[in-house]
Design a protein. Sequence first.
Length: 290
Amino acid sequence: MPALPTPAGHVRYAVSGPTASGRPDLVLLHGWCNESTSMATLKEAFGTEHRILEIDLRGHGESSRVEDDGSMGVGGVRTGELGEPVPKALREVKVGDYTDDLWEILRKTRLRDPILIGHSLGALIVLDALARGYSGPQAPIAGVLLDPAPVVNAEVKAKWVEIAEKVAVDRNGRFRADFANSLFLPTDTVARHAITETMARFRPAVAAGSARAIADFDGEAAVRKVNHPLLVLRATTVERQLVMAAKEAGVPLTTGQTVGAGHFHHLEVPEQVMPMIRQWMRVNEFVNPD
């Protein structure tokens, strides 16, 4: 995979799909303690019609391989941060750092008029990128937030501070395994084991830093700077404070909700998620009607 050098190590990415489709390019941004493979259903749904950029966020997936500490996942025992020390750029990461990486990769790959699609933590990166008001052919033109991490809700953000503290000492991954399982409905089956294992094997310092980034992100300020179309698809009720902030700021916001799936609804019920994204792109004239 191509890679972007950063203070946190190499951030790896991949580009696929048609280069002259006449449709906007799509960027897939995964969530907390996950990796680009967790967005596979989106690539499968749109990859023949759109150019697709997949990124393993700094410290995640293939972007973590050089600093691997030998973690063993659920049931394993971490005796400490083995191998290379965890860089400060991962321990004290901010959402804006992920956004900086995204922008450099967009410029490097020369994507055109990209629509950003982010899940969980990735959704916060989408908001931050749109709020920055980038210009030029690589500047994002819209965003899709898939069951985003807390954007405005102060009470839920405070819980992420507590999560970060617990994750920092979660040497055997059991806390994160339990947390991962809480994100699924009892009826969810798609990729449940794989996602739980992925979340549990992250180095505690990396996972904790990323959790603090979620807690610290000023989502309300970001929302008020966005002037691009936004689609928010939740597995539960849409965050009321997010809707209010977007309405007050005049953000062209569309909301939707899936049925019968937990946090990873784009994996569990893609037959609901993908048509909503397609229709939203048609309504906003990003693509021509079929």
